[in-house]
Ligand binder design. Structure first.
Ligand code: ZN
Ligand code: ZN
Ligand code: FE
Length: 765
């Protein structure tokens, strides 16, 4: 111990585990001739250093200024301690404390260093499709149990070779303690299966896949969180065949490009969008298409956007490696029949994908957690999640205060669940539509898995008000089995609470919630969806809503916008026969008389105040979309059709808290008779909704004093409406809260449910 030596204890919080933080500290300690140790603790990383004041100063400064790429320091606490003798500086292994949890990393896209090695002929992992390191690679999808160590991952069947072991044990190596590392000698391998037989392995399997795709075939490719179906995105015959075999109707397919240049050739890419594309999550980003970009029309029928992502695994990079004559853009859509969850288990995947794919590019690294690609959009420089999955889950959403442990079971469609503890809401990856048995099973398994990983034992359970949601039934069973209190929360109240929770609003502050979506069970047993709620997590007042309309056939109506339009006209006493030439003729006269009888006798025509259905009705009325093959298609096409610069609006008067839609429908009909273009009508309709939303907020503000407006619900995925509403509200002095961490659609619902339940009974005490 030198004369002037001092000692410090440093406690670091933030993203500091599983990101190469300890080796970084080790490196800094050696550089500055410090002794002591570093270890993971339950709340972050603890360091004890002895040495010169100058050396310690340099270490502390490095901790704030030169971090490893994935690390983030939120707080740094330095305390003076008595110097002690240590022969050297050491990395101590971590001991998990009972009841404590260690954050679990999402899967991370391949890093720049690994990408360099992948294409370096001199590297021992040259062209090895499973290359990874401390800074990248699979995490959440391969973790079976905690602590996060190789024996508890699906890499347990691949013992490290001596060279990999040496890297794993060397604190100065980029692969120090990287659990999933592997190499061609000891790690997973590819194989190519066609006609039920293995045709090739390794590099040959890869090349065969590339060749088949180039020839227009469809290949199921096992990736990180499941199987994709891949084909050449510029080959219309191949894409159409995939659409046909997948029974996917018109729902757009996601694409993958080797690099940014290929994306920019096909789409407009803003700076913020570029950042999202390149982020370590590598989500699918929705981008505006460039005209005549050569993408097969069947990729995204009728849409002006494309969902594109960059390769996030070494395998994807190799698959898309540029070569003359080979496609630069691949369709990479979830490997499933429509409505089913993505396939992820080998035998199951191969069996289920056989009718769709000509061959399978498989590998033998098992996937423990099925995770879909995330889908996001950028608006005014900010991220808007549409599907939160790979790369984001299971990262927690941080809450504004500590909460009890809650299980929230979410919605029926686009389900996610949410578990809370301390200040964290662990909102699950996108599970899917629980109507499907397979999806429901993965929901149940998911709940158990998250409980185990994050050591959460729910003290209370919360779910939707809808009695028939499988997520509701599960919550009721769970609460009974574990004797826990259960809370049923109105759907749009949960939407409101979701946007409040992620924006860290004070719990008692009231906001004006514009909760616009397709469907949510109301407290009056009707279907809500065009709702203005004033409230907070403790409760709400239904300030305004769209006038109730009959929904012929209930939920099934969403496939038939023309029927919705006719039902709305009938309900508003607008004679549809008089306007036969206007309202789409997809319904023959026999269908029309059946519909009329159904409406007159109120047979299966539940009442709805849904905003989504109003978009459907208008889309059909304007002759844009009469029949749909996927959710929200009519509304999406209405937005695509709209002239964003259209001026004018249709009247949507608010009387005693109810928006009357008759004048709006009459206005559209009048414009149709004047032969106004679809673009003008669609544009004016968007104006009408945005202006009505802004005006209702002004009215609610003068009555309640609230000056914050919160936007939640799937309708806000409509960019045009979002833009017009947000800019209008801001110009009127409102603070506007929107979703940036969870989707505004039902994928974000569980967070709101959890926030309501967490604060129930607890506040005011
Ligand atoms: Zn790496
Ligand atoms: Zn090895
Ligand atoms: Fe909803």
């Amino acid at each position: 111990m030198g004369q002037n030596n001092i000692a410090r204890r440093i406690q670091v919080q933030g993203i500091v585990q599983g990101v190469g933080f300890r080796p970084f500290v080790y490196e800094q300690a050696l550089k500055n001739h410090l002794t002591g140790w570093v270890r993971n603790s339950s709340s972050g990383v603890e360091i004890e250093v002895n040495g010169s004041p100058d050396g310690i100063e340099k270490l502390i400064s490095a901790l704030s200024n030169h971090l490893p790429p994935l690390a983030r320091v939120d707080s740094l606490q330095v305390t003076e301690i008595q110097p002690e003798f240590f022969p050297d500086f050491q990395i101590f292994s971590s001991q998990p404390q009972p009841g404590e949890y260690i954050p679990i990393s999402p899967d991370i896209a391949i890093c720049a260093d690994c990408q360099k090695e992948l294409f370096n002929p001199k590297d021992r992992r040259y062209r090895y499709p499973f290359i990874n390191c401390t800074n990248c690679g699979p995490r959440f999808t391969i973790i079976e149990d905690i602590p996060y160590d190789r024996p508890f991952t699906t890499m347990k069947g691949f013992p490290l070779c001596p060279q990999c072991t040496a890297e794993y044990k060397n604190p100065r190596d980029r692969r120090f303690h990287a659990q999933p590392i592997a190499c061609p000698v000891c790690g997973p391998q590819l194989n190519f299966i066609a006609g039920g037989e293995e045709k090739a392995a390794g590099e040959e399997a890869l090349q065969l896949t590339r060749k088949w795709i180039r020839q227009g075939k469809i290949i199921a490719v096992k990736g990180l969180g499941g199987y994709h179906l891949a084909c050449d995105a510029r080959n219309e015959a191949a894409v159409a065949a995939m659409r046909n075999r997948k029974k996917r109707s018109d729902k757009p397919f996601a694409l993958m490009a080797f690099d940014l240049a290929s994306i920019k050739a096909a789409c407009e890419v803003s700076e913020a969008e570029e950042e999202l594309l390149l982020s370590r999550q590598k989500p699918v980003v929705l981008l505006n298409q460039k005209p005549a970009n050569g993408i097969a029309p069947s990729v995204a029928p009728g849409l002006d956007t494309l969902g594109i992502m960059l390769p996030y695994t070494p395998l994807h990079l190799l698959l898309l490696e540029p070569e003359a004559g080979y496609p630069d853009l691949l369709v990479m859509t979830s490997g499933n029949m429509s409505d089913e969850p993505i396939a992820y288990i080998d035998e199951d995947g191969i069996k289920r994908l056989q009718p769709i794919a000509d061959a399978v590019l498989n590998h033998n690294r098992p996937i423990h957690m099925r995770v879909d690609d995330s889908v996001v959009r950028e608006e005014r420089g900010k991220i808007y999640p549409i599907r939160r999955a790979r790369g984001y889950a299971p990262d927690a959403v941080t809450l504004s205060q500590d909460v009890p442990q809650v299980l929230a079971t979410g919605a029926l469609l686009k389900n996610t669940f949410c578990l809370t503890r301390d200040k964290y809401a662990f909102i699950s990856h996108h599970i899917g539509d629980l109507e499907n048995y397979e999806t429901y099973r993965s929901f149940k398994e998911g709940v158990a898995h998250y409980q185990n990983l994050f050591r959460i034992t729910p003290e209370r359970v919360v779910c939707d008000l809808h009695p028939d949601y499988l997520s509701t039934r599960y919550a009721l069973e769970f609460s009974q089995e574990h004797q826990l209190p259960v809370l049923q929360v109105q759907h749009h109240h949960a939407h409101l609470a979701s946007v409040i929770a992620e924006n860290h609003l004070p719990v008692d502050e009231q906001v004006i919630g514009l909760c616009f979506d397709g469907t949510g069970y109301g407290t009056d047993g009707k279907i809500w969806g065009g709702e203005v709620l004033v409230g907070n997590c403790h409760g709400y007042q239904r300030y305004a809503h769209l006038a109730y309309q009959p929904l012929p056939g209930g939920d099934a109506a969403i496939h038939h916008p023309a029927r919705i339009a006719l039902a709305y006209l009938w309900n508003e006493k607008i004679d549809w026969d008089e306007h036969t030439s206007l309202v789409d003729s997809s319904l023959c006269s026999a269908d029309r008389s059946i519909l009329l009888a159904q409406l007159q006798n109120s047979i299966n025509t539940p009442q709805t105040s849904s905003m989504g259905r109003l978009f459907d009705a208008v889309s059909a009325l304007a002759g844009i979309c009469a029949e749909t093959s996927y959710e929200a298609q009519a509304a999406i096409l209405l937005e695509v059709a709209a002239n964003p610069a259209a001026t004018g609006r249709y009247p949507l008067p608010l009387k005693a808290g109810v928006w009357e839609i008759e004048p709006l429908l009459q206005g559209i009909i009048a414009d149709l008779y004047q032969n106004d273009s679809k673009a003008e009508i669609a544009g004016k309709f968007h104006n009408s909704i945005a202006l009505a939303a802004i005006e209702v907020c002004e009215a609610a503000r003068s009555q309640s004093g609230c000056s914050a407006a919160a936007l939640s619900g799937g309708v806000w995925q409509n960019r045009l409406l979002l833009r017009k509403t947000v800019s209008g509200l801001e110009s009127k002095g409102f603070t506007v809260l929107t979703h940036h961490q969870v989707p505004s659609n039902d994928g974000g619902l569980s967070l709101g449910q959890a926030w309501i339940a967490a604060n129930a009974e607890f506040t005011g005490k």
